[in-house]
Design a protein around this ligand. Structure first.
Ligand SMILES: Nc1ncnc2c1ncn2[C@@H]1O[C@H](COP(=O)(O)OP(=O)(O)OP(=O)(O)O)[C@@H](O)[C@H]1O
Ligand SMILES: [Mg+2]
Length: 278
């Protein structure tokens, strides 16, 4: 592999596709009080990244490098100290239906069935009942839960719950899907199944996806580009193009390829490199 795949700022994977998400010089400082002393944590330092429409970005890096903070800023749950994020050309000032979030433990209402949980977001959006039901069914089918719509969360496995969380996020038809270690708590086999599902859903819906993961295999498998972040302060360390052509849903075959192993190794090496403070 040539070094050209490892440039700091790589061109879009999808030439011609418009930018869907533009992260422009985003910094975030948290002021906290520890043992009555005020401290300042620079969670993000001037992070910039343009994400093309339909692109899958994997955000990875050591614990505390600001992945969740960045995702929450894109979602509009957290305000940047400086810099801004635009989604579809609009500056993010709060949550919106153009973005959907899935996290590690999808909080589902225990008293609601899978179907009713997926309907929730649509209720908030004010979608009429019939339409709500139809869309929720369609999304549960899309994530492979057609047979479990009437089960309550305590009757679902961890993997199934994550599927419900994914269906719920998809139900509002967001243009951007933000996923924070969605499969982090699952066993390897369930995880692999869900990775293939994400790839299939991406093929069918063309959503832009920002996927946070600690798992480099998962990052390389899913993403068009892997963005490696570094902590203290949280920043983009390196961006890797992942030029794996063709469908990746045959997860085992992709994982077994030489290109895969090589890319994974390069990212791992960069992750382990001692960081110079910028
Ligand atoms: N609400 C908060 N108040 C104070 N500090 C925070 C807050 N949220 C995050 N931080 C700090 O900001 C930095 C980045 O945290 P963040 O959770 O974004 O990291 P992360 O990359 O998601 O880590 P992990 O891989 O462990 O999930 C950390 O130093 C963290 O302690
Ligand atoms: Mg996190």
């Amino acid at each position: 592999m040539s070094d050209s795949t490892l440039t700091e700022r790589t061109p879009h994977h999808r030439p011609g596709a418009a930018d869907r998400v533009v992260i422009d010089q985003v910094s975030k400082r948290f002021e906290i009080t520890v043992s009555r002393k005020r401290q300042s944590v620079q969670a993000l330092d001037r992070v910039s990244l343009s994400i093309a429409d339909g692109e899958i970005i994997a955000l990875t890096g050591l614990s505390g490098c600001g992945k969740t903070t960045l995702l929450r800023i894109i979602m509009g749950l957290e305000k940047a100290t400086s810099g801004q994020v635009t989604v579809g050309g609009n500056v993010v000032t709060g949550c919106g239906y153009d973005r959907g979030l899935v996290f590690q433990h999808s909080e589902l209402f225990p008293w609601r069935t899978a179907l009713q949980n997926v309907e929730f977001g649509l209720e908030v959006k004010g979608v009429p009942r019939e339409e709500r039901r139809r869309v929720a069914r369609e999304k549960l089918e899309l994530v492979g839960l057609a047979g479990a719509m009437d089960r309550r969360p305590n009757q679902l496995s961890g993997g199934m719950k994550q599927r419900v969380g994914l269906a719920r996020a998809l139900s509002i038809e967001p243009q951007v899907l933000l996923m924070d270690e969605p499969f982090g708590a699952l066993d390897a086999q369930t995880r692999e199944g869900l990775q293939a599902e994400v790839l299939r859903i991406h093929r069918e819906t063309g959503k832009t996806i920002v996927f946070v993961t600690h798992d480099l295999d998962e990052a390389v498998l899913l993403a068009h580009r892997v963005v490696l972040m570094a902590p203290h302060p949280g920043r983009v360390k390196q961006v890797f193009d992942i030029p794996i052509e063709g469908p990746r849903e045959d997860v085992s075959a992709v994982r077994g390829s030489e290109t895969f192993a090589e890319l994974r190794y390069q990212i791992w090496r960069s992750l382990m490199e001692r960081d110079e403070q910028p």
